[in-house]
Design a protein around this ligand. Structure first.
Ligand SMILES: C[S@@+](CC[C@H](N)C(=O)[O-])C[C@H]1O[C@@H](n2cnc3c(N)ncnc32)[C@H](O)[C@@H]1O
Length: 300
């Protein structure tokens, strides 16, 4: 950005309007928590002045301080120049109504798992789960939201990336859950041998190399390890389907997100009777399988 508007702009409304115009001119892509330039601009301005969305009505005419303007100008410039998702610049993201710390080592939380968690996984769960595993946890968002939904449950988070494990640890502390949520660095189930879960949830990498090559630049700022898994994207899912039954209790359930690849998943693994719940608030492609179904399919 060549010309700094710091001396021309004063109020929240001025800055939201200017930021959104800059975003439009730059033709940014919105896929990380906001849907358009205006929402994205609001997110940055409220972050810069450290105010919650609920107060927005009272804030439109409030003036920004010089320090707030400088912080905002820098973030908006980076959003445009580096095509960096907003969450990496603000250091925070929201999932299931909860705030999570994020950095460029974890994906920005955005899974439709939030809706299943809000509904307590009903009607699929027969009883309150005692032990839950969030495999491929990234920031820890899915497992930590599960810990809020089931306040007696012990929750294990796990990820292959040491940097992601550090972010998940930070979020466990942020939510004061270290008495019953723990995180393990592990490649798949490798360091989890011998454990049993009533519920395994996973948003693993599932993007094919061809899809990855066509993604908007914003997604390339996220760790590739969190997105791709083999040429067709299904390497991790294949391992999960083969091994999950060993880690599930008798009535245990496996829930895995594969997003828009759900039809390709059915074609790739025809022996599994996948059930795909529908979502009221957007998103698709989470399958549910019971331990029983996994065992039966493995014998086919
Ligand atoms: C799609 S991201 C999901 C992160 C988080 N669950 C979320 O919804 O925001 C997938 C995560 O899987 C992790 N991962 C990739 N390969 C793995 C493996 N072999 N074992 C464990 N975790 C793996 C990545 O480090 C990344 O954090």
């Amino acid at each position: 950005m060549n010309h700094s508007p710091i001396n021309d702009l004063s109020t929240v409304l001025d800055w939201v309007r200017w930021s959104s115009s800059e975003f439009r001119r730059a033709e940014l892509f919105y896929g990380h928590g906001t849907e358009n330039d205006w929402e994205e601009a609001l997110l940055f301005v409220l972050w810069a002045i450290q105010q919650p969305w609920e107060r927005l009505d009272q804030l439109w005419q409030a003036a920004l301080t010089a320090e707030e303007k400088a912080r905002l100008f820098d973030a908006v410039s980076q959003r445009i120049e580096r095509r960096c998702p907003a969450a990496y610049l603000t250091g925070e993201a929201w999932f299931a109504g909860l705030r999570f710390a994020v950095n460029e080592h974890v994906l920005v939380p955005r899974s439709p798992f939030a809706e299943l968690i809000a509904n307590g996984f009903q009607p699929w769960l027969k009883s309150e789960p005692q032990h839950i595993l969030d495999l491929c946890t990234g920031s820890g968002c899915i497992g930590i939201a599960c810990a809020y939904a089931f306040d007696e449950a012990r929750v294990d988070l796990s990820d292959i990336s040491a940097e992601a494990v550090a972010v998940a640890e930070q979020n466990i502390a942020l939510h004061g859950l270290s008495d019953r949520v723990t995180v393990t660095e592990s490649d798949g189930f490798q360091n989890l041998e011998g454990r049993q879960y009533d519920l395994i949830v996973s948003n693993p990498p599932y993007v094919s190399e061809a899809e990855y090559a066509a993604l908007p630049e914003e997604y390339l700022r996220e760790p590739k390890l969190g997105l791709t898994s083999g040429d067709d994207g299904f390497d991790f899912v294949e391992m999960l389907l083969a091994r999950a039954a060993d880690f599930l209790s008798e009535d245990g359930l496996l829930l895995v997100e594969v997003g828009h690849g759900w039809q390709a998943c059915e074609a790739r693994f025809p022996q599994y009777p996948f059930f795909w719940p529908e979502f009221e608030h957007g998103g698709c492609g989470i399958f549910i399988l019971s331990r029983e179904q996994l065992l039966a399919a493995s014998q086919r």
